[in-house]
Design a protein around this ligand. Structure first.
Ligand code: URA
Length: 433
């Protein structure tokens, strides 16, 4: 088999066989195929696409390029949750203890943030003492004992994806639905869960800006999951504005704790209960959606999810006094108010721009070697549909910088204010099964 023939075959719009996909992944990993030929293949896939079988084979051989986590020592049906990435997305901190309190073992591997989106692991590190690296034995022990553990992703999960993603990033081939779907699913499948619930974001702060593309990506990932024997469901959720009111690290942990304590931060609570409901149904804990959402709301309101969260933090050496009194979490030196320049209703709040403003404050990374400042971030005081007066405070910057003019300007540019009233966004657009 010659790589040049595979490139020509895909360039001409033909379907690659399982053997051909296996050939190029294995030989790329063995360094028998140069980057320039794989780049040409990625560009051919970008233009010609892949059918569902090809996408599933691509995922399968990316999974097999590395370690597949064996969670069989954990009792019960393991369900994982994955978000395609958004701004202010702290749902893992609510969903994970919530389903753990409902009886599902949660063995979760999470990533760090890059660019305008944050990462669960960075946010957890704003809790003093919290350990994001555990031995496999400790990870499994914690899940069996406390029903929940979250650790950083190990280096050897789907290494073919890591190598391909780095190449796609510099060859303008990231934005391809089969390539994104196989990339995400390879890591999820290698992480060892029995079932997977995907939170596919749609809107200005998401990878997929339109509902149509988000549905396509969701369908593709659900099909891959099923073809590789993982029961998979995708929830399509709104990312036309940040989730909740806090963006950053410590302040996102604080907001999640408020929801766990029963505070009604509606969009965040709604999405967390929705995702948790599908997870508990897949695990066979509840028979249907109505029962699941009712019981899960009760578990939050009775404080059981918060209890599970504290047990998990303590088990990974985190200082729970900062959870019980969240004002003790890291904070910034200055708090700068950002005011509205017009009166009217908030029509748009570009989530990506808000995420970039938070990144410039130090809450996120522009490149993967940047360090994170856990105490800085943004608090929003308004959401889409809210009314504002001229000069009213619409956001607060939590900053360690003395000069914040450019960031203030950038954050203001995320808001579009118009005189006409506008309906609030829906949180959940669809569920793909
Ligand atoms: N996230 C991933 O893990 N892979 C992609 O290709 C895009 C987003």
């Amino acid at each position: 088999m010659r790589m040049v023939d595979l490139i020509a075959k895909k360039r001409n719009g033909n379907v690659l066989s399982e053997e051909e996909i296996k050939f190029f992944i294995e030989n790329y990993m063995a360094e028998n195929i140069p980057d320039y030929q794989i780049s040409a293949l990625m560009m051919s896939i970008y233009f010609q696409g892949m059918n569902q079988e090809e996408t599933a084979y691509l995922t399968k051989y990316m999974v097999e390029s590395g370690e597949i986590i064996d969670l069989s020592a954990i009792k019960g049906h393991k369900v994982d949750k994955h978000s395609t990435g958004g701004v202010g997305d702290k749902t893992t901190f609510i969903v994970a203890p919530l389903v753990a309190a409902a009886g599902i073992p949660v063995a979760k591997m999470s990533g760090r943030g890059l660019g305008h989106t944050g990462g669960t692991i960075d946010k957890l590190e704003s809790i003093p003492g919290f350990k994001v690296e555990l031995t496999n034995e400790q990870f499994i022990y914690n899940v069996n004992k406390f029903k929940l553990s979250v650790v950083g992703q190990t280096g050897n999960l789907a290494p073919a994806d890591k190598k391909l993603y780095a190449l796609r990033d510099v060859t303008a081939t990231v934005d391809s639905i089969p390539l994104i779907a196989s990339s995400i699913m390879s890591k999820k499948i290698a992480s060892g869960a029995d079932s997977i619930v995907l939170d596919v974001k749609t809107g200005s702060g998401a990878f997929m800006k339109t509902l149509e593309d988000s549905k396509k990506l969701a369908r593709e990932m659900v099909t891959i999951g099923k073809q590789l024997n993982r029961n998979t469901i995708a929830v399509i959720s709104d990312m036309n504005q940040p989730l909740g009111y806090e963006i950053g690290n410590a302040n996102e942990v604080k907001e999640a704790v408020k929801v766990l304590q029963g505070e009604r931060i509606e969009d965040l609570r709604e999405l967390a209960i929705e995702l948790a409901a599908h997870m508990t149904i897949l695990a066979g804990i509840y028979p249907d959606y109505n029962k699941a959402t009712f019981e899960l709301s009760r578990i939050i309101d009775e404080g059981k999810a918060f209890e599970a969260f504290k047990n998990f933090i303590k088990a990974q050496n985190g200082d729970i006094s900062v959870i019980e009194d969240y004002d003790k979490l890291p904070t910034s030196s200055y708090h700068v108010e950002v005011t509205s320049t017009a009166r009217g209703y908030i029509h748009q709040m570009d989530a990506e721009t808000v995420g970039i403003a938070a990144m410039h404050l130090g809450a996120g990374r522009a490149t993967k070697d940047d360090s994170i400042n856990h105490g800085v971030g943004i608090t929003l005081h308004k959401k889409i549909g809210d009314i504002v007066k001229e000069n009213e405070v619409i956001a607060t910057l939590h900053t360690d910088k003395q000069e914040n003019h450019e960031i203030t300007k950038l954050l203001r540019s995320a808001f579009t204010i118009n005189e006409q009233p506008i309906k609030r966004n829906r949180m959940i657009y669809d569920v793909i099964k």
